[in-house]
Write a protein that binds this ligand. Structure first.
Ligand code: DGJ
Length: 735
């Protein structure tokens, strides 16, 4: 491995020539460590007193020598403690602000002062380098290693830390962030998200004011239900799709998280992100290493569009399981049957799957439990044996029948959960998270299993493993998670404050084992809708379920927001009966991701059936462009009467444009052309409307040829309006 020490360089005391206050803050800096991606640099500096600070995070300079001049251009008020811009703000010594780390030492002392010891940078491959910086509190023998993984082409940085110590007894970690950033811009516009069941991903943008704004979760499991950990910070002014400097951030962690954005008295922004320390102080033994999860961020200077395209490409290449691979279209029975089915009905649905032309049938909730049959959501969770009344021949007869119909078979599980009405609950009450002296409180009539316990981890692993051992042809898993953690208490753990963290570690341990044995079987990450999605979980899952709300009008808005952070190939969209829109509208919206159906195919009118069958073929034709193409958001449904989104392939010779009317008031529609994005100005293109409903025709003249230059500067009118509520366009270069 090629280890290249960074080129730190010294500056002189000439710094003293700058203003008194700046000098007070930075005169003593003498070592600069620029961590560079293709367009950006995160520059750390080491002062003469060995504090590690953040000198700069912004556009990369041509000469790294000039990073040392950056701070001289600032004339802000004084940094009294000289650690305001710390690279990992520690509590209890000079710091007066929100810390990234706080500890109680073995002797009960609560101060921490971390000093720079050394650093190195390794090139992991042509695109990735990793910096590690060692810090130490020499008064206590407490060590921190900060890690920065730099994905150069994508401008993505992953940050995390490792904590350890050499003290006489255990040290209590009371805060343990993954990353700490510091910005010196004029203003900051935070875009954060909030939601609830069936109402996920609602954006809110606000100007950050002085003090601390916190985005966090204390739900334990399905941690994103009310607030996901993804966010954006636009610098100086709100960013648009194509303009503005904007930071995208996200925690790679599926449990409680905490992101603090603190605008300090100098008008600078300290950003601290990590696991939530709420009720989670962690006892660290001598010699043990505590590794935090990764905090990912990406800075773009060309708006939200570029930021999301880079994030998608990073996700597909480095995070999302099989990000550049294939996906299966499917028919799911949840909304078609709910819990009410038996083998015969499912055999019919398998035939429908074939008739529809999709790849796989997905059997949802309700197939298990005998003593406590799963006929509604009151009972059965935890008892993963096929219900003998509904499935007298077991799951394997369904898998076999699917094969005979030429389709694949997938199954729903919710292995982290238990209903009190289950054999599992009665056999192993000690495996359940609940307070010994308090009344149980349920979320969807269920409780969470204690994944901090290795025995529970084995149990959960075996739910999956047994299904595969019995049915080697099983082709898909939908992994649900419907409850949050109430009454957090583990009868396995000595130290209760470890539960929230050890739960998630236990979950990853199980997923790791599953992926070791079944590396590529597609799995959907579901959580009673979109309650759980993040890039740590997506290392094990091929796709996620954004919401139980499949009303296409709602989904246009939701999918728009998810699309900033997650690529279309990872977003499972199903056509269902939700919403009042015609079938074509519903299908067009679901096509903007990974297509599935949750409808009663047998009840479709002839024309509807013909349409969906044809739509599945159309989807086959365009799916690679949607999954692997570059996304351009052209018309924002929040500000206009219609949404327009476009995916362009790498060669720029094929694109698909999705257009949906979102305002049904009189005369609303696409009155002006929509400027397309990502095309080659020199290429000439034809545009054709696709996915037409049988018997309807298009307003679009597919013989007309346009230059890419025209389509991007003038645009094209998709002719969305009353009677044409959704229009799918295929753009193809003319040879
Ligand atoms: C919640 C999921 O989001 C639904 O799709 C469905 O699988 C139900 N759980 C089943 O209980």
């Amino acid at each position: 491995m090629n280890i290249t020490a960074l080129k730190p360089f010294k500056i002189t005391w000439a710094v003293l020539l700058c203003t008194f206050f700046s000098a007070l803050a930075h005169a003593q800096e003498n070592l600069y460590i620029p961590l560079e991606t293709q367009h950006n640099a995160l520059v750390l500096s080491v002062s003469n007193s060995h504090d590690l600070n953040i000198a700069y995070y912004g556009k990369r300079l041509n000469s790294d020598k000039e990073y040392s001049s950056v701070l001289r251009q600032y004339n802000q008020t004084g940094d009294y403690s000289q650690v305001l811009d710390a690279a990992y703000t520690s509590a209890g010594s000079r710091n007066l602000m929100e810390p990234a780390i706080s500890v109680i030492h073995a002797d009960g002392n609560t101060s921490l002062s971390l000093k720079y010891i050394s650093h190195k940078v390794e090139d992991l491959d042509e695109n990735i380098s990793q910096a590690s910086i060692k810090l130490e509190d020499t008064a206590y023998g407490f060590n921190v290693s900060l890690y920065y993984k730099l994905y150069k082409k994508e401008d993505v940085i992953e940050q995390w830390s490792e904590l350890s110590h050499n003290e006489k007894g255990p040290v209590e970690l009371t805060k343990f962030a993954s990353g700490n950033l510091y910005f010196r811009d004029a203003q900051y516009y935070l875009t954060q998200y909030h939601g609830d069941w069936a109402h996920e991903m609602n954006p809110e943008t606000s100007l950050l004011t002085h003090g601390i704004k916190t985005i966090d979760s204390k739900l334990g499991t399905r941690a994103n239900l009310f607030q996901p950990s993804v966010f954006m910070v636009a610098m100086d002014q709100p960013a648009t799709e194509d303009e503005g400097t904007v930071l995208f951030g996200a925690m790679e962690w599926s449990g409680n998280f905490k992101i603090d954005l603190e605008l300090d008295y100098r008008d600078n922004l300290r950003l601290i992100a990590g696991m939530n320390n709420y009720a989670s102080s962690y006892k660290l033994e001598k010699g043990e290493i505590f590794e935090t999860p990764k905090f990912l961020h990406l800075l773009s200077h060309n708006g939200k569009g570029e930021a999301s395209r880079k994030l998608h490409s990073w996700a597909k290449d480095y995070k999302l399981l099989d990000g550049n691979g294939e996906r299966l279209t499917l028919l799911n029975n949840w909304e078609a049957t709910y819990f009410d089915f038996e083998e015969k009905k499912l055999f019919e649905l398998l035939k429908d799957t074939k008739e529809l032309g999709v790849d796989l049938f997905l059997l949802d909730d309700g197939w298990f439990g005998n003593k406590y049959p799963r006929n509604n959501d009151d009972a059965g969770l935890g008892d993963w044996q096929a219900n003998k009344r509904k499935l007298p021949n077991g799951v394997s007869s369904l898998v076999k029948e699917a094969g005979e119909n030429g389709v694949k078979f997938g199954i729903w599980i919710e292995p982290e959960m238990v209903n009190p009405e289950s054999e599992l609950y009665h056999e192993h009450p000690e495996w359940v998270i609940k307070q010994p002296k308090r009344k149980e409180h349920y979320f969807r009539n269920q409780l969470v299993l204690d994944l901090s316990n290795p025995k529970v981890q084995d149990f959960v692993f075996n739910v999956v493993n047994d299904l595969f051992l019995e049915n080697p042809e099983l082709a898909y898993i939908k992994w649900d998670c419907n409850a949050v953690i109430y009454n957090a208490y583990s009868s396995h753990l000595d130290k209760q404050s470890h539960l929230y963290i050890d739960y998630v570690k236990g979950l990853y341990n199980v997923l790791e084992r599953i992926r070791k044995k079944y590396p590529k079987v597609p799995m959907m990450l579901c959580s009673g809708g979109g309650g759980r999605v993040d890039y740590a979980a997506l290392e094990y899952f091929t796709e996620f379920w954004p919401s139980d709300n499949t009303d296409p009008l709602e989904r246009i808005f939701m999918q728009w927001e998810y699309s900033y952070f997650y690529p279309a190939i990872s977003v499972a969209n199903h056509v269902t009966e939700w919403g009042k829109q015609p079938l074509k509208f519903r299908v067009d919206v679901a096509m903007m991701g990974k297509l599935g159906f949750d409808i009663v195919v047998g009840e479709l009118e002839q024309k509807d059936l013909q349409f969906v069958q044809h739509a599945v073929k159309t989807y086959d034709d365009i799916k690679q462009i949607v999954w692997q193409g570059d996304l351009y958001r052209l018309s924002d449904p929040k500000n206009t009467d219609f949404a327009s989104l476009m995916y362009v392939n790498e060669e720029k010779d094929q694109a698909v444009v999705f257009n949906y009317l979102v305002n049904n008031r009189y005369g609303q529609g696409s009155k002006r052309p929509v400027k397309l994005g990502g095309l080659d100005p020199e290429k000439r293109y034809r545009i054709q409307e696709i996915n037409l409903y049988p018997g309807t025709s298009s307003y679009i003249d597919s013989n007309q040829v346009y230059s890419g230059d025209f389509l991007m500067k003038i645009g094209f009118n998709p002719k969305v309006g009353k009677g044409k509520e959704s229009v799918l366009l295929k753009v193809e270069a003319v040879r």
